[in-house]
Design a protein around this ligand. Structure first.
Ligand code: BES
Ligand code: ZN
Ligand code: ZN
Length: 505
């Protein structure tokens, strides 16, 4: 059964630079108040229900404020209140986390029409916190796929932001939220719903809707290209429906035939059983999320295309499943990828790097200026930074500072790992150009990135993100679900708001 695209429209947001009237507040089921840890007394006088809110505020411990306090207003409808005190100079991550708690408070109170107030800050902080709060409210309002016959959860219908600052960038928040929601929705789908066939069809339907060019390299095409690394993984799937999706976004005034400025590449393993080297039960559970990298690439393309980016952007998705099967690939198989590099297979569970090898090689041939790839590639990445951070690797180490600082700024935190050439001695094979992975434990996230590097043209700047934070129990930063869609916000802002593209010139 094919899957229908999710509804990506967001709840209505009204933005006013004026304060709310008492009558306007009375019509809301809930207000979220984000307030500085020290405010002028005048603030309360000018605020409807100021004395009730002041009482609540005074109870808060300003040195160690709770992320969210709950109460209600003394009006007829007992409008709910979630109040959060924000200390100065806190990290973006902490601010976003607080916004998540405030929004989940409002949702727990079944609020449908919510007022948003950010009070007592300087202009820049005010703007930042308004953006964070709206982003969190959009994330909270989105419902992931489920097959429950009964649900009683409410849904946010409208958001109203009062006293909004000048220059609030609502468009970016909307685009990122929709891209993130898409990524999370895909990642949460069960593996029998989002199998390779359905995933490819979904991307085709999305491409049609967004007017992206859609190309599909089927198993047959990949055989002709000699993409044996990808095919090795796909050969365990009795349905020949795996393949590499190639989407292209071309801004107006540019030619679709120009090389892309940016290529987004993603690992799309719809389910990772481990293959011949079968995963034990508790490691296999949840492996429908192993397409999270492709979801991040697609969500980022979606957001950048919503923002009408002036870059030519390609998106390459390596879509397959890693099955157990009599025909499945196995240790000691030797295959040759489409760039001529031969690989000795060591472990069928290291399938992500195999599928990405050919995808990166094909992408590299088109000579984009910058390649960003995303993959839930290694358990080693999770061991090294847990699921709170993702790991980054690049063939342009001068970008390390920018990458880390950008993570701290956006609240999607990343940490870099080395990519020195001598690591390749750990991947030496007696019979092929390279081992797929080392036979010894240790540093597999670093070696996996070194392996991928063999399929990237060094003339292209390349950043690989091992998405350890693709899933984090209980949510992460402003995102309330286990599936975090990590990377969409990071990427959209990296491309639209940082100077990375200029640095590569
Ligand atoms: N998809 C997994 C890695 C993974 C597991 C990421 C759990 C996030 C959460 C990947 O395909 C895998 O199984 N890697 C192996 C590689 C090893 C056999 C060299 C691993 O990390 O154990
Ligand atoms: Zn695996
Ligand atoms: Zn995997």
């Amino acid at each position: 059964m094919p899957v229908k695209l999710p509804v990506l429209s967001l709840p209505k947001l009204s933005v006013s630079n004026k304060p709310a009237s008492q009558t306007a507040i009375n019509k809301l089921d809930h207000i979220i108040v984000v307030i500085a840890d020290s405010v002028k007394p005048k603030l309360w006088k000018d605020l409807p229900y100021g004395s009730a809110l002041k009482q609540m505020y005074e109870k808060a411990d300003k040195k160690n404020p709770a992320l969210a306090l709950s109460s209600h207003l003394p009006n007829r409808g007992l409008t709910g209140v979630s109040l959060g005190v924000v200390q100065k100079n806190r990290s973006a991550f902490k601010n976003l986390t607080q916004m998540r708690h405030l929004c989940s408070n409002a949702l727990a109170a079944k609020a449908e029409n919510i007022g948003l107030f950010v009070l007592g800050f300087s202009h820049d902080t005010h703007k930042q916190l308004c953006e964070d709060l709206v982003a969190a409210a959009y994330a909270a309002s989105f419902k992931l796929w489920h097959a429950k016959s009964k649900t009683n959860k409410s849904k946010i219908k409208s958001l109203a932001l009062y006293q909004a600052p000048e220059g609030l960038d609502v468009n970016s928040i909307k685009a990122e939220a929709a891209g993130n929601n898409l990524a999370r929705w895909l990642t949460a789908l069960p593996p029998n719903v989002l199998n390779s066939r359905n995933y490819v069809e979904l991307t085709e339907a999305l491409a049609k809707r967004k007017r992206w060019q859609f190309r599909f390299h089927s198993i047959m095409d990949l055989k002709k290209l000699g993409a044996e690394a990808f095919l090795a993984v796909a050969q365990g799937n009795p349905h020949e429906d795996a393949g590499i999706v190639h989407l292209s976004y071309t801004p107006s005034g540019r030619s679709p035939d120009e090389p892309a400025d940016l290529a987004l590449v993603g690992k799309g393993i719809c389910f990772d059983t481990g293959g011949t080297n079968l995963k034990p039960a508790n490691y296999m559970l949840g492996m429908q999320g192993d397409m999270g990298g492709s979801a991040t690439a697609l969500g980022s393309l979606y957001a950048l295309s919503q923002l009408k980016s002036d870059l030519r952007i390609d998106c390459w998705l390596a879509i397959t499943e890693n099955h157990i099967d009599a025909h499945a690939y196995k240790p000691n198989d030797v295959v040759t990828a489409s760039n001529g590099t031969s690989i000795e297979v060591i472990h069928s569970d290291a399938e992500g790097r195999m599928a990405l090898a050919d995808t990166l090689a094909m992408c590299s041939k088109t000579k984009p200026k910058l390649i960003l790839d995303y993959a839930t590639l290694t358990g080693a990445a999770v061991y090294s930074v847990t699921t709170r951070y993702s790991c980054v690797f690049t063939n342009r180490p001068q970008l390390h500072n920018l990458l880390v600082e950008h993570g701290a700024k956006t609240g999607e935190r990343v940490w870099p790992f080395p990519q020195d050439e001598d690591y390749d001695t750990n991947l030496e094979s007696k019979v092929a150009d390279t081992l797929q992975c080392s036979t010894k434990p240790g540093g597999d996230h670093i070696l996996a990135a070194r392996f991928l590097n063999k399929f990237v043209d060094n003339r292209c700047a390349w950043v690989h993100m091992d998405l350890s934070a693709s899933e984090n129990e209980g949510g992460l930063a402003h995102i309330p679900s286990k599936q975090t869609g990590f990377g969409v916000r990071y990427t959209t802002r990296l491309i639209e708001q940082s100077d990375i593209m200029n640095r590569l010139k």
